[in-house]
Design a protein around this ligand. Structure first.
Ligand code: BEZ
Length: 259
């Protein structure tokens, strides 16, 4: 294992809670690994690897994997849980790797990265000609009920409209970016994936605490609880079922090759 360098963090993560309460993020990655189809001996970059769960699954196929994430907290956990694997802290829109990779893989991470064209440029540069870029991210309309409840609750509480930290492109937009960035798109899927929030007894409020914690920074402490209660009230009609809370995820999944 090597921790290669550090960069500023864009998002504070509770990395251990991420694994225990939001393990579905990695659990949903299995079909994406099948699409990647890692071959023994290949060199693969896991971009936005989080705590390294899928990095380890890819390594188990006999590949050499480097896990990279913008969050030092995530990488600390990844290193401690997978001490034989290599990880580094790095920004998706500004990274370089010393050797050419056969594939870049990314699950539920690209929507956190600003400057999508710069991300695509870095990925292309990291790949050998013909190398694969296989990824899944939130697509247009992702978490629409969740974010609409948030924006309404913020407004009702007299708070400035929060700038949401995610990028959820349409399939047409992202395909155009890939093609302009020097990739041939082989597969592009856009689908709803309602996602049970099994480990979130407080439903949308727990989701906001985990995934939008930076937006709570500017909220007066006494307002946080009533604000999140209101998010739950507003989101419940769309997202609370008898069986529990279900997040309205929409996925964009693609496989592209470096042209
Ligand atoms: C997602 O995986 O779609 C996602 C996760 C957290 C915040 C926003 C989107």
């Amino acid at each position: 294992m090597a921790l290669r360098y550090d960069t500023p963090r864009l998002m504070r993560w509770n990395a251990r809670a991420y694994d225990s309460s939001f393990g579905y993020v990695s659990a949903h990655g299995a079909p994406l690994i099948e699409l990647l189809d890692p071959q023994p001996g290949e060199r693969i970059l896991d971009l936005g690897c989080g705590t390294g769960v899928l990095t380890a699954d890819i390594a188990a196929r006999g590949t050499t994997v480097l896990g990279m994430d913008g969050s030092a907290a995530m990488i600390e956990v990844a290193v401690s849980q997978h001490p034989r694997l290599e990880f580094m802290v790095g920004e998706g829109s500004n990274f370089g790797v010393g050797v050419p990779y056969d594939a870049v893989f990314s699950n539920a991470a690209l929507h956190w990265m600003g400057h999508p064209d710069a991300v695509i440029r870095c990925v292309r540069t990291a790949l050998t000609p013909g190398g694969r870029f296989v990824a899944e991210m939130g697509g247009a309309g992702n978490c629409a009920a969740l974010t609409s409840a948030m924006l309404t609750a913020w407004r009702e509480n007299g708070l400035p409209e929060p700038e949401l930290p995610w990028y959820f492109p349409s399939p047409a937009e992202y395909a155009a970016r890939l093609e302009q960035g020097g990739f041939t798109v082989r597969l592009l899927e856009y689908f709803d994936r309602p996602t049970p929030l099994d480990e979130c007894p407080n439903g949308a409020a727990d989701w906001v605490r985990m995934f939008a914690s930076s937006l709570l920074d500017g909220v007066p402490p006494a307002t946080v609880e009533p604000l999140l209660r209101r998010v739950n009230e507003l989101a419940a009609p769309a997202l609370r079922r008898e069986s529990g809370w279900v997040a309205d995820y929409v996925r964009l999944r693609f496989a592209a090759v470096r042209a």
